[in-house]
Design a protein. Structure first.
Length: 77
């Protein structure tokens, strides 16, 4: 059960990052999606989604590795 919950916790930011990449790709091909009024806003929101999704995933992995003690000295608390 614990592994399933950890999978769900990582799945949501992963989907959010993938959606952000899709938004940025659609902006580069000048395809405006429905809820966004302008291309520049669509690109900025896509960038924010990617940064938040990847950042959460990286923080989760760093926290897990700190608990295991497998990080370098500069990343330890």
């Amino acid at each position: 059960m614990g592994r399933f919950l950890a999978f769900l916790v990582l799945l949501i930011p992963g989907i959010m990052a993938a959606y952000g990449i899709k938004l940025m790709r659609d902006t580069l091909f000048n395809k405006l999606l429905e809820p966004y009024p302008a291309l520049w806003l669509q690109f900025i929101l896509g960038t924010i989604f990617v940064v938040l999704g990847v950042g959460f995933f990286a923080g989760f992995l760093l926290n897990r590795d700190r608990k295991k003690g497998t990080v370098q000295k500069r990343f330890q608390k």
